[in-house]
Design a binder for this molecule. Structure first.
Ligand code: M6R
Length: 611
């Protein structure tokens, strides 16, 4: 999704903007641009280029050829208008004296554009963002802040904006509504960014802007305003993760680094929450009485976070006997959900900015539900709008394909299920203690899987030429298959489907023919025999079966499958946490062998802030 960076200070702005934009590349983009106040000429100098940031950087000699100490930069992910130089941001007003970078969508742009065109304003791009630049100029009479305020009263939709005005060369104006924007406080300089990774090299002191807020950034400080344009004070937060966490650190890809970081991420996520054999959830405001009275739990999320919800449903229902429904966030608000004050809505999101998830959260809140979110990015919009947050503490996740965030989300779901079950008295002491013991062993068991990664690489080398793959499984194995399938298709572009094994015979099995690759997931002990039957079923139609099961079942499975990947035995609750790791590695190695752009797969963005 689009990325924004801004800088006001004493150093040359363009190199800082380009470096900041490079840290936002992971979000996904198709073009890039910068606008810098050219102090010698009293004008705005704008440079834009379609394609990789490197194209722009080469054009500007890494920024060295652009002078000036105040500027804004942008990586664009096209929504209105195809990727092109002219549609790239910054977009400028007709006189060239206002420049705007934008993340989000201006929903009523067509109407505003028509209005401006009637006034004789010419447009050069197809973007909704140009409307903002032109409208600011339309209202501008010498007071840029006032002009921005008037525009904000007219535009609808989601937007994070960075605005430069040639007549106010010492400042940037920032605006936020439904799209993330962070302000950074440096020594004799200020920053603006879509996320912390873009500015962490320069400052760790940040302010998370809230919806409707406006900020004026100057070299000597930042003034924030509320939606009524009244000055406000904001609390400065200190970012405490290390810069290295957002660097590749010798790995070829962020995705691989993040796969390998999972045991450590799990230790950070789980260990502080278990003391003396009990689960403790920090900042947890749900009373025991509330938990007992919960009538229904909804889990709402998108993509991989939704898959965590699928596993979470099985585990929560089994341990708590409370009914749990999992909903795709993009469907939730349009399905007239049955939600009341006794409904707990668990919202799962790595970024905390996914627009569909945020919209579902707001809808659930409007209907009176209590919102508990499981989020990775501290201070993100979803975290701030929830009644309670359980952070996953996975650290920054840069690769578009989620891995360590998925694993830590799952761990938080497990902790939550155990916590609820303890309060409700629906779990036997022995099972509770066994699950806790296994949770504490999870990182070490995961390390043994990662140590055998060469085996997975070998299987990838056997199968990377396939054009279609089926993942099959039952119960939590089915949910795990959905994730394995998504991982494979998003980074290797191989068509793949995940099926509940029992459902195959109702149609899909007709697609199985000689040589079809079926990844059969059979880690769930209670249904192992049935899963074996399904392996036999597809094998007898000619499928090549790569099976995944536990060590204790390896031999048995080896009698029917063509190849077997075995994970350490563990408590049922935790099988998907271990089982997903070989699937992540498989997708990674297959994509590598197919020469794909692993960290930035085509058409995808890390944080999806459009509907
Ligand atoms: O940031 P979120 O967890 O809300 O993102 C949800 C999905 O966009 C995300 O999980 C997506 O499916 C991943 N790219 C999958 O690897």
């Amino acid at each position: 999704m689009c990325g924004i960076v801004g800088y006001v200070g004493q150093e040359q702005a363009a190199p800082i903007l380009l470096e900041g934009l490079s840290k936002l590349e992971y979000r996904g983009y198709d073009s890039a641009g910068v606008a810098v106040y050219a102090d010698q000429k009293g004008t705005l100098e704008v440079h834009k280029a379609k394609g990789r940031l490197q194209v722009l950087s080469d054009l500007l000699q890494g920024g060295a050829s652009v002078h000036g100490c105040v500027g804004i930069g942008h990586t664009r992910w096209a929504t209105h208008g195809a990727p092109s130089d002219v549609n790239s941001h910054p977009q400028v007003s007709r006189s060239g004296r206002i420049a705007v970078v934008h993340n989000g969508i201006i929903e009523n742009y067509a109407e505003l554009k028509a209005f401006l065109m009637e006034q004789g304003v010419p447009f050069t791009s197809e973007t909704d963002t140009e409307v903002v630049a032109q409208l600011i100029e339309h209202f501008y009479d010498g007071d840029i802040l006032q002009a921005v305020g008037r525009v904000l009263r007219r535009i609808e939709g989601a937007y994070a904006l960075g605005i430069l005005c040639a007549d106010a060369p010492d400042q940037i104006i920032a605006v936020r509504k439904d799209s993330p924007l962070i302000l950074g406080y440096g020594k004799d300089c200020s920053f603006l960014a879509s996320d912390v990774t873009a500015i962490i090299r320069h400052t760790r002191d940040v302010v998370y802007m809230d919806d409707g807020e406006v900020a004026v950034l100057r070299r000597d400080g930042i003034q924030c305003y509320n939606h009524l344009m009244q000055p406000i004070e904001k609390e400065i937060s200190h970012v405490d993760w290390e810069i290295d966490a957002a660097e590749k650190g010798g790995y070829e890809h962020f995705m691989f680094k993040e796969i390998m970081e999972q045991p450590e991420a799990l230790r950070r996520c789980i260990f502080p929450r278990i003391r003396d054999g009990e689960v403790y959830l920090e900042d947890f405001a749900l009373s025991e009485e509330y938990i007992r009275n919960i009538e229904k739990i909804y889990i709402v999320a998108c993509g991989s976070s939704y898959h965590v919800g699928m596993v979470g449903k099985y585990n929560l229902e089994r341990l708590t006997r409370k009914p749990v429904e999992v909903a795709l966030a993009s469907e939730f608000r349009y399905m007239d959900p049955i939600v009341s004050a006794d409904t707990l809505v668990i919202v799962i999101s790595q970024s905390g900015e996914t627009l569909d998830t945020m919209a579902a959260l707001r809808e659930a809140k409007r209907l009176g539900a209590t919102i508990l979110s499981i989020v990775n990015v501290v201070g993100s919009s979803i975290a701030r709008e929830s009644d309670m947050v359980l952070y996953t503490w996975a650290g920054p996740e840069i690769a578009v394909a989620t891995t360590k965030a998925y694993s830590t989300q799952m761990a938080v779901m497990d902790l939550l299920a155990l916590y609820f079950a303890r309060v409700l008295g629906t779990v036997a002491e022995e099972e509770y203690q066994a699950a806790i013991r296994e949770l504490l062993l999870l990182p070490a068991k995961m390390e043994t899987i990662l140590a055998d990664k060469d085996d997975i690489q070998y299987y990838a080398s056997q199968y990377f030429n396939h054009n279609s793959v089926f993942f099959i499984g039952r119960n939590v194995d089915y949910a795990m298959g959905l994730e394995g399938s998504l991982k494979l298709k998003e980074i290797s572009y191989i068509h793949s489907e995940a099926y509940a094994s029992g459902e195959l015979k109702h149609g899909t099995i007709s697609l199985i023919e000689s040589g079809t690759l079926v990844v059969a997931l059979a880690s769930y002990q209670k249904l192992f025999e049935k899963s074996m039957n399904n392996v036999v079923e597809v094998k007898s139609r000619g499928a090549d079966v790569l099976a995944l099961t536990t060590e204790s079942r390896r031999e048995e499975m080896g009698k029917v499958a063509n190849a077997v990947i075995a994970i350490p035995d563990t408590h049922d609750l935790l099988l998907p946490s271990l089982g997903v790791v070989p699937l992540q590695l498989f997708a990674y190695y297959v994509a590598l062998m197919r020469g794909c752009d692993i960290d930035k797969p085509r058409n995808l963005a890390k944080s999806v802030t459009v509907e």
